[in-house]
Design a binder for this molecule. Structure first.
Ligand SMILES: [Zn+2]
Length: 139
């Protein structure tokens, strides 16, 4: 097997032909999930409750959602960009974080019917790496 197709985790002998990139390095699926969730958990645990979560943590939460949850039309869903750029009101509990996002932000100059935003509230729990849609309000 070519060197360029080997998992970057030391000692890994994976023969998988599909690899995933993490910080520009390729890993087999098992090591990708392991490294990804280890950093996610570490950043979550290190996040000081009284502060805004670090950008890297928001990025990883959004990326985790994008890669692991299935979006259906008509069902509330998130994207990496929404979590990263349009989230606010983060509150960290013991196991879960609650946060809000702005969906469909509009240019209010466009006027009716485009002059509203949907604000959704979600929770993300670190123990099961799960997302729960809590509520939506149109503003
Ligand atoms: Zn590996």
């Amino acid at each position: 097997m070519k060197e360029s197709f080997l998992c970057k985790n030391p000692g890994c002998n994976s023969q998988e032909l599909s690899f995933r990139l993490y910080d520009g390095q390729q890993f087999c699926n098992d090591h990708y999930k392991e490294i990804f969730s280890a950093e996610l958990i570490s950043l979550f645990e290190g996040w000081v409750e009284t502060t805004e979560p670090p950008d890297r943590l928001k990025y990883l939460i959004g990326r985790f959602y994008s890669e692991n949850e299935t979006a259906f039309i008509g069902k509330p869903s998130l994207t990496k960009a929404i979590v990263q750029k349009r989230s606010y009101g983060w509150k960290k509990g013991k196991d879960c974080a609650v946060f809000s996002v702005v969906r469909n932000p509009v240019d209010k100059r466009l006027g009716y019917p485009y002059c509203f935003e949907d604000h959704q509230t979600w929770s993300f729990c670190i123990s099961g790496l799960t997302f729960t849609f809590l509520s939506e309000e149109r503003k």
